[in-house]
Design a protein around this ligand. Structure first.
Ligand SMILES: NC(=O)c1ccc[n+]([C@@H]2O[C@H](COP(=O)([O-])OP(=O)(O)OC[C@H]3O[C@@H](n4cnc5c(N)ncnc54)[C@H](O)[C@@H]3O)[C@@H](O)[C@H]2O)c1
Length: 251
């Protein structure tokens, strides 16, 4: 049996062109959803849609732009007339350069805040009327357990992801009366097809040694919780930050 009510839902996934975002799209298609795969990398989501077929609609969006988010919402409504779920997954992550916090260029700080925290607020706001009209909508904001680990040398990223969890809790209170639930899915380290500077080999080994589940995670390890939170089976769960980290840290 799959998750209740999920197979008829229209879901928007941001940051869908690669990595974990693309895995959410693949899983939701298997669950029978229609997915709007949105990214600033339009080519990436077009390639994904070509692979997955008609239930995936590629869309260009810059989540840091209110105009671009409004265009995304208008296109979704024009095409489907409804939106039942949203994964706010887009973030500046794999391209981050590591610096002690006192050396982070102000421009990098501002860019990360504009995408990672203002982005989920803008996308959610643009889609709000559609989500309210659904009557059984669910928003999944993507946080990070790097916050709980106190990881160093990307304080702008840590601050942005801490803010995602804080925003989720208050958002859930404002939206509960409209039948919209909001939760944070907080991944531990996840190794995707994209290389990045944020975890060295030594750090990877050290984190692995602290885990309860003795293996590293791939994108598919994140998708079950996302599907569950978007489904009607999680109808009494809102405002929560739920970790998927193999037992690395406890929140
Ligand atoms: N991979 C991990 O270890 C890990 C751990 C914890 C949390 N996360 C979070 O999970 C999410 C996905 O991680 P990932 O490893 O796949 O990241 P990634 O960097 O590989 O992918 C991010 C995607 O977001 C898109 N994007 C960036 N800026 C955008 C913008 N302004 N508008 C629209 N799209 C934009 C990129 O084009 C890319 O497709 C992110 O929110 C990340 O912070 C990842």
């Amino acid at each position: 049996m799959s998750y209740q009510g999920l197979d008829s839902k229209v879901i928007v996934v941001t940051g869908a062109a690669q990595g974990i975002g693309a895995a959410y799209v693949r899983r939701l298609v298997l669950e029978g959803c229609t997915v709007i795969a949105a990214d600033r990398n339009l080519h990436g989501v077009e390639v994904l849609a070509a692979e997955l077929g008609d239930s995936v609609v590629p869309a260009a969006v810059d989540v840091s732009s209110a105009v671009s988010c409004a265009e995304l919402a208008a296109a979704a409504m024009e095409r489907f007339g409804r939106v039942d779920g949203l994964i706010n997954n887009a973030a500046i992550f794999s391209t981050i350069a590591m610096h002690p916090f006192w050396e982070i260029p102000e421009k990098e700080w501002d860019a990360i805040m504009a995408v990672n925290i203002k982005g989920p607020w803008l996308v959610t706001t643009a889609l709000l009327e559609a989500l309210k009209a659904s009557g059984r909508a669910s928003i999944v904001n993507i946080g990070s357990d790097a916050v709980a680990l106190g990881r160093t040398e990307y304080l702008h990223y840590i601050a942005s992801k801490g803010a995602v969890a804080a925003m989720t809790f208050s958002m859930s209170k404002e939206l509960g009366g409209f039948g919209v639930r909001v939760n944070t899915l907080s991944p531990g380290p996840v190794y995707t097809e994209v290389s990045r500077e944020t975890v060295t080999e030594a750090q990877r080994e050290a984190m692995l040694a602290r885990q309860a589940v003795p293996r590293t995670a791939g994108p598919d390890d994140m998708t079950s919780l996302a599907a569950f939170l978007l489904s009607d089976d999680s109808g009494y769960i809102s405002g929560q930050t739920i970790s998927v980290n193999g037992g690395l840290v406890h929140r």
